[in-house]
Design a binder for this molecule. Structure first.
Ligand SMILES: C[S@@+](CC[C@H](N)C(=O)[O-])C[C@H]1O[C@@H](n2cnc3c(N)ncnc32)[C@H](O)[C@@H]1O
Length: 326
């Protein structure tokens, strides 16, 4: 049967599938297929597919009926997939238990169900999780052709930023020097190193840095990655004038680290600055803070202002791509 499908490279498949699933656009009646190095994801409404994705029509195979959590529950539960785990966010413990049982009893390849038990908190931005099914909070997650081991109980990680990380990674040139000031388990560091860059990743969380080292080895880029466990403000003087690219993904308090960022920036450096601000002026506070820290030593050009996702009612998670030149 001829159906509309999004065509993507397999490396971008999982993140694209997740974005389409979030937008409720995947046509579950048909199989996702790989043909001649392209991945085809059947979609319900081609007009609603974002413009940067290609839609083609192809003969797709009807899917054998699988039992989904919705079939078992009678309603469609909301969950995110991270490796072999389903992440849910339910306050009502009976409902959480019911959803966890349905996920495990369905035909989905998900053995672990974790319920969010707190907000992200403290310096390391780790949240508490309630283990409702499975043995462990440790998972292996695949994203745009990279593989990441991580333990959600010990490190920060969000699969929702996959598309954003891909956008940044795509800008990286071979032989660049990139510095991730808040590296976590390496979801920026590893793909950036895969592009041929030399990368330094710093994090104050020792477990995150252990995973970052493991993930660099797992993806065969450990020869281009230096992982440092410390407060990045202590590390900055050792990398004075070093970076062609800086990643600052510590929304809420990145402004406190701009002096360190300016120390690390080379003569021509692109800064990816993540922020969470009110929707009335989502980019202004970040731009003003960057100018205050960098000018007049550096010329400051804001090259891109991008809304990454909505974070809370009236609050946006945004990114400013800023060129610092002197
Ligand atoms: C929002 S997470 C981002 C992690 C990673 N970049 C990602 O996208 O998954 C912020 C990270 O910054 C680290 N961090 C917080 N304060 C820090 C500091 N002063 N120096 C270095 N890392 C810090 C935390 O431990 C956490 O892993």
């Amino acid at each position: 049967m001829e159906v509309p499908c999004v065509r993507v490279a397999p490396a971008a498949g999982e993140a694209t599938r997740r974005d389409l699933a979030d937008a409720n656009l995947i046509d579950d009646g048909y199989e996702i297929a790989v043909v001649d190095d392209d991945l085809y994801i059947p979609v319900t409404d081609p007009d609603a597919v974002p413009d940067d994705l290609e839609v083609v029509t192809r003969d797709a195979t009807e899917r054998e009926t699988q039992t989904t959590p919705a079939d078992l529950l009678g309603f469609d539960p909301s969950y995110e997939r991270l490796g072999e785990a389903a992440l849910i966010d339910e306050d009502d413990s009976d409902r959480a238990r019911e959803i966890a049982d349905a996920i495990v009893d369905s035909d989905l390849p998900l053995e672990t169900v974790l319920n969010k038990a707190s907000k992200v908190k403290g310096e390391t931005r780790v949240r508490d999780w309630e283990l409702l099914a499975g043995e462990s909070t440790a998972v292996v997650h695949r994203e745009y052709g990279c593989e990441f081991g991580l333990d959600l109980a010990a490190v920060y990680f969000s699969p929702r930023l996959a598309t954003e990380r891909y956008r940044v990674t795509e800008q990286v040139q071979e032989d660049e020097r990139a510095f991730d000031m808040f590296a976590g388990v390496g979801p920026f560091v590893v793909p950036v190193a895969k592009r041929g860059a030399e990368v330094v990743g710093v994090d104050i969380n020792e477990t995150a840095i252990e995973y970052l080292r493991e993930n660099a080895r797992r993806n065969d880029v450990d020869d281009r990655v230096t992982a440092i466990c410390d407060d990045v403000r202590e590390v900055a003087p050792d990398y004075e004038d070093w970076a062609d690219r800086l990643v600052m993904n510590l929304p809420h308090s990145a402004d406190e680290f701009l002096t360190a960022a300016v120390t690390i920036a080379g003569d021509d450096c692109v800064l990816h600055y993540y922020d969470i601000q009110h929707e009335d002026d989502p980019f202004g506070p970040g731009e003003r803070a960057i100018r205050a820290a960098a000018e007049p030593d550096y010329g400051v050009t804001v090259e891109t202002k991008r809304v990454v996702r909505s974070y809370a009612p009236h609050e946006l998670n945004v990114c400013l791509d800023v060129r610092l030149e002197r």
